[in-house]
Ligand binder design. Structure first.
Ligand code: F0G
Length: 354
């Protein structure tokens, strides 16, 4: 089939019509990569839904393309969001492509370098607060009530509508629903969106069974697991450094209805999964994304995942988003040598001997 914008492809499931001025930066249609080596090691069929392949490098593009399209359709001129980084990159990119302005409010010192570079380069007005994501979201929610700015955080229902298309793609590609879908959880919009997508696709007769939803928070930001908000969330996975998830009910509903689990993973587990998926499968993701895979490893160790089951790990963002963590985590450095054949050859030999 020839290429279609995401919103057209799944139009029948989305709040748009032929007149809607749909935007597209070629979001969606991301690869579902078979994790051959990890599948063999774990005795399951593991697939990686690599959302880092979206135009701004994260799954946020699916929801943002719809949220900004609807803002444009409604005649709005400016979008606003709070963000741990990826939402701000997506909002500012789609606003730019729509000829709109964007305002983003981010937590000071806790946003990955690549994401900040994106927001600034796409032309957002970037405001950094001495607070965390939850504080920033409170503020932009209030401002968007007073001013003529469209709030494009996932409390905007169009964000969830757009993001559910990833569930459709997984089913279209596999031909059936996976047994388990593992996903990182921060503000909890994405797990809510996937579950909505799976249910709608089943209702439309596109699949017969629903997956169990496995949501994974970072341990220092595991409000849903602990059952209470966390005022000072902490994790190396800054994307999901969120203590008061806005879609709390959506996430808990997804887990309960699907008979899945909500669990947490430590920063060490996240970084281990982060390195393993790069080294064993050639897929470079950001730390927050690796929470889903870290969660799969944890559940596998607990004996929770039956042999041979089909498991999809949603890898939400690209590794290039956070180059600092990459360089800090990998405990090897380039070997620096003189500019000549012998020196390079000698260095290669000593490296390959190890
Ligand atoms: N993974 C990545 C890479 C993210 O950027 C986020 C959220 C999540 C997972 C969690 O998704 O919030 O729907 O549960 N990032 C938001 C942001 C909060 O501002 O970019 P969620």
């Amino acid at each position: 089939m020839s290429w279609q914008p995401l919103l057209r492809k799944y139009q029948e499931f989305l709040p748009i019509n032929e007149q809607t001025p749909i935007l597209s930066l070629h979001e969606g249609n991301t690869p579902l990569i078979e994790a051959k080596q990890l599948s063999k090691e774990l005795g399951i069929r593991l697939f990686l839904k690599f959302e880092g392949m979206n135009p701004t490098g994260s799954f946020k593009d699916r929801g943002m393309v719809l949220a900004v399209t609807k803002a444009l359709e409604e005649g709005n001129k400016t979008v606003i969001c709070a963000s741990t980084g990826n939402t701000s990159a997506a909002a500012s990119a789609y606003a730019a492509s729509a000829g709109m302005d964007s305002i983003v409010v981010i937590p000071d010192a806790n946003i990955a370098l690549g994401k900040l570079a994106q927001a600034l380069t796409y032309g957002a007005k970037v405001i950094s607060i001495k607070g965390n994501f939850d504080d920033a979201l409170d503020i932009v929610r209030e401002i968007s009530k007073q001013e003529a700015y469209t709030l494009v955080n996932s409390v905007n229902p169009y964000r969830i509508e757009g993001q559910k298309t990833a569930a459709f793609e997984i089913v279209d590609e596999l031909g059936f629903a996976p047994d388990y879908l593992a996903i990182p959880v921060g503000n909890a919009g994405n797990i809510t969106a996937y579950w909505k997508g799976f249910k709608e696709y089943k209702e439309a007769g596109k699949m017969s069974s629903l997956p169990k939803m496995l949501g994974f928070e970072a341990e220092g930001a595991a409000a849903l697991v602990k059952g209470e908000p966390i005022l000072h969330p902490e994790t190396i996975a800054t994307a999901i450094r969120i203590g008061r998830p806005a879609s709390w009910n959506g996430a808990m509903n997804a887990v309960q209805e699907s008979q899945g689990v909500i669990d947490s993973v430590t920063d060490d587990e996240i970084l281990e999964a982060y390195q393993l998926v790069a080294r064993k499968e050639g897929v470079f993701v950001e730390p927050g994304s690796a929470a889903s895979l870290a969660g799969i490893f944890k559940k596998w160790r607990e004996g929770y995942l039956p042999k041979g089951s089909t498991v999809v790990s949603v890898l939400t963002g690209h590794g290039l988003k956070d180059p600092n963590i990459a360089v800090q985590t990998v405990n090897t450095k380039p070997t620096i040598v003189e500019n000549n054949y012998d020196a390079v050859l000698q260095a290669i030999q000593s490296l390959t001997e190890r």
